[in-house]
Design a protein around this ligand. Sequence first.
Ligand code: SAH
Length: 253
Amino acid sequence: MVHFVGAGPGAADLITVRGKALIENADVIIYAGSLVNPALLGYAKQGCEIHNSASMTLEQVTEVMLAAEAEGKTTVRLHTGDPSVYGAIKEQMDMLQRHGIAFDVCPGVSSMFAAAAALKAEYTLPGVSQSLIVTRMAGRTAVPEGESIKSFASHGASMAIFLSAGMTKRLSEELINGGYGADTPAAIVYKASWEDEKVIKTTVGGLAASAEEHGITRTALILVGGFISARYNRSSLYDPDFSHGCRKGGSDI
Ligand code: SAH
């Protein structure tokens, strides 16, 4: 059996209770060493076989999984954040399926949530934005044409931009070309929840200068939108005049 496990954003205690138990029980762990905090390997039992996938190909990862399975071992494939976001797990799951190997997925706390927590921000502020666009700049992996930063920027929604910390100049241009004002609030959150976390508040126009000033080119999320500043409407959910399934509002009484 293979368990794909979300390691969380970095801090070793931000893995789920289930994810930790799966690590404790694993005979083999393959972890994404470029981003997963090695401290999580401290939960592994003695004698657990550990592989860092940072220097491995899909074929080599496959080989390790198949060998473990042949010996009736339990494997944990540890991915940063939540495995469904830029985790490249689909190709691994399809491979396991072809080999008739059972697997499941344990979700994790994505870095986009650790970044919001670091900022003490809420992506979905009434009167500001009720949508979060999760995307990236095109890099060596292409982004489908209809999903350009420019086209997404035209919505004015909250944005969490992955894998783009090294391209802030172009990112900033595309955001502005798409319709965000240069003074739209933005933030760069580097290594959210790690000990060396950095939270830099800036603007869409100031992204490149801020990234350069702090020497940030990777392991950071770029957040964009009015949700980073303070103006919003109060939510209906806790409004005394608003009724919902669990509470009757004052104006209805
Ligand atoms: N599955 C992961 C994302 C993997 S893609 C998740 O759910 O978070 C790798 C990208 O994620 C990095 O380039 C960076 O943009 C972002 N990232 C991962 N961990 C991060 C962290 N602790 N702080 C900020 N950004 C992070």
